[in-house]
Design a protein around this ligand. Sequence first.
Ligand code: NAP
Length: 459
Amino acid sequence: MIQGTTKTLGLLGNPIQHTLSPLIHNQLSELMGYDEIYVPFEVPQGELQQAVEGAFSLQILGLNVTVPYKQEVMEYLAAVDPIAKDIGAVNTLVRIPDGYKGYNTDVLGLQRQLREDGISLEGREVIVLGAGGASKAVVYLCYLEKASKVYLLNRTLEKAKRLADTINELVGEILVVPGVLDEYKTLPNRNYIVFQATSIGLPGTKDQAAIMEPEFYEKVQVGIDLIYNPARTMFMQLVEHSGGRAYNGLKMLLYQGICAYEFWNQCTVSDDLAKKVYQKLEASLYPKEQNIVLTGFMGAGKTRIGRELAAQLSFEFIDTDAYIETKEGMTISNIFATKGESYFRALEVQVLHELAKKKGVIISTGGGMPLQTKNAAMLKECGRVIYLQASAETIYQRLKGDTSRPLLQTENPREAISQLLAEREKAYSFVADIAVTVDKKTVEQITKEILTGNETEER
Ligand code: NAP
């Protein structure tokens, strides 16, 4: 509730209609119990100085600054933090006695994302794609975190050269090597950490990546796309397809906001609160992805993990086989026996169409469902698809005493599982947004991995 004591935070930029900052900061104030409100202010061109001075007179506690004012605002500040000065861009204003002090929390936000995701740049060779505003923060972080070399590849060579010169001058040696995008071909085959900082992959170009050639992705061990919408960009898909790990930029966005909030309030936002805000951001950005679809072989744990996820998220749990049985009033084996397999497969498609309209559900699918080509696209329509990847041995150990599974009633069930799993593996991987290995992990570990995106250690 806004009252006489409520302090104001805000954003200066133009345009500001699509900003997610109010969601981050107002949520933080609510969770921290602070009497504050965050408001976006659209500042007309040529009026930035009045806006900054006016905000100070109005006792505004702190501000974010976005496009196109991140450089210009530096002229109107009482002080600028060394990192922001080095980068030449400010995105956060903190109130001090004689005006505002400028900081750059993009660098700090990305640094915090990397820490959380267990990615260290120290001694590593890094490729940065793009040499625009965001790339400055990435390259500077590579310097701060002691990367051994940075290959800065950009469509326009001049811009890459300019940014490389700025950072190299600062470092006093050649840390950043500029080049055009195609120059990845001249780099030796190594496990690079790659930052995607171009605007290719945003909604208007979501089927594209700045580099599309699979040869490039063979060099990528970890790929971090700064884009956070869509949740899984083409760049990320290409990284994962060639066996690398991929992350989007949503945590960077979250943490640049949290770092600003901590500066304004001189507080520490706990990991728990950060996670809550992250979930809100995800829910608002990717409404479809609120649903989770679990696929995988029988015995992979779809039901147990699905129920645990549903409990944690307060979602409804739906098992597609049970759903079909209720709908038809008979068991799956009876449907097969009386109406045939093609009838059952058509039912599966129908059920997926129904479930795609639901929100806030965890869907556990029948083991054969992803094998139908037309189901693959429908599964994605239903939500974020997770492949619970179990080895043949794990499945065998879990199911060996189970007499209800026709598949296991053979002379050599271990062999039967191995064979069928090998046949299905490709379809499961193809349909999945991510694969999570379940061998030697507890249900709690697996659900945590699905919800946070962080891999856990085996038991
Ligand atoms: P920017 O200053 O406009 O830079 C855009 C970059 O994309 C430039 O390097 C540009 O190359 C390159 N580019 C544009 N069109 C291209 C094309 N057709 N082919 C190849 N390269 C192309 O933008 P920015 O502020 O750096 O933002 C870059 C991305 O980072 C955006 O997608 C933004 O959403 C994201 N971002 C995320 C966060 C976060 O918190 N996660 C923060 C900031 C930015 P040229 O130099 O040749 O034009």
